[in-house]
Design a protein around this ligand. Structure first.
Ligand code: OGA
Ligand code: MN
Length: 291
């Protein structure tokens, strides 16, 4: 039997967990994984051999699962597994088997257009392109910690609308009329600063830049302030980039990270299966910028 090791990346977030088979975890090992996930925000497990059932079973250890968002074509693709979201550019018989295509997926946290977004997502690589398609993560704890005081004070008490029109690949969601007016687009307001319910650490919570809107401000003022915050939150120094291999499972915490994906050659194949783990309860939110 191998011993589990947690190796932090050199970035401000992320760790690789070695020596575990996610199909067979005893409760002590699971507890250590859970702890490492809260500490490092994003975990990478390499060389896994998971069926969809295994992926669902591992994900369920963290809590019950949300159903996957409806795919861009309006379908759910994994028969018998409404919890599995397919991220893929592969087209079969003229129909995409998954979402997000092969272009860039912009910075976001998953499903924040909902009132209670999933606390975690687990993404498992089945097929990866020879180059491109890397996924980067940024630490929203570090983004808050390093946010200049004047900016902290300006976002005190605000609420930001998280848009429900477009997904991160820029595709309109099923059943939604595309609009680029963030004041009227569908979405949910969340405070831009919140306290993580499990770690007690404060972080920024931003969602997605497109169609974001700060309640009560003019469009121009909202855009300017959001641009300033986003420029701070997505600086390279706050990020960790992951280059995928088949068999990688990456588990991230949607409450304290964002992620983005590089584009890749549309002629190459990339197939990933994702689960999304329900929030335990509504995240504690604060609207004051005091420490
Ligand atoms: C996701 C996502 C990016 C990627 O699954 O939530 O944003 O790298 N995926 O496929
Ligand atoms: Mn995502």
């Amino acid at each position: 039997m191998s011993v589990m090791r947690v190796r932090p990346t050199e970035a401000v977030l992320g760790a690789k967990v070695e020596g575990v088979d996610l199909r067979a975890l005893d409760s002590g090992t699971f507890a250590a994984i859970h702890r490492a996930w809260l500490d490092y925000q994003v975990l990478l497990f390499r060389d896994q051999e998971l069926t969809d059932e295994d992926l669902v079973a591992f994900s369920r250890r963290f809590g019950s699962l949300d159903e996957a968002p409806v795919q861009e074509t309006g379908q759910r693709f994994v028969e018998g597994h409404p919890e599995i979201y397919v991220v893929s550019n592969v087209v079969q018989g003229g129909v995409a088997i998954g979402s997000l295509g092969s272009g860039e997926a912009v910075w976001h946290t998953d499903m924040s257009y909902l009132p209670d977004p999933p606390k975690a997502s687990a993404l498992y690589a089945l097929e990866v392109p020879p180059r491109g398609g890397d996924t980067s993560f940024c630490s929203m704890y570090a983004a808050w910690d390093e946010l200049p005081d004047p900016l902290r004070r300006r976002i005190e008490g605000l609420r930001v609308k998280h848009d429900g029109t477009y997904n991160s690949g820029g595709y309109p969601r099923q059943g939604v009329t595309p609009t680029d007016d963030p004041r009227t687009s569908p979405g949910t307001f969340h405070p831009p600063v919140h306290v993580h319910p499990e770690t007690g650490r404060r972080g920024l919570y931003l969602g997605r830049r497109r169609n974001a809107y700060i309640e009560g401000l003019s469009l121009d003022d909202s855009s300017r302030l959001l641009d300033e915050i986003w420029a701070q939150a997505t600086r390279e120094s706050l990020t960790w980039r992951h280059r995928w291999r088949v068999g990688d499972l990456v588990l991230w915490d949607n409450r304290c990270t964002m992620h983005r994906r590089d584009g890749f050659d549309p002629a190459a194949r990339r197939v990933m299966h994702r689960t999304q783990i329900k929030a335990d309860r509504r995240a504690a939110t604060v609207t004051t910028a005091s420490a």
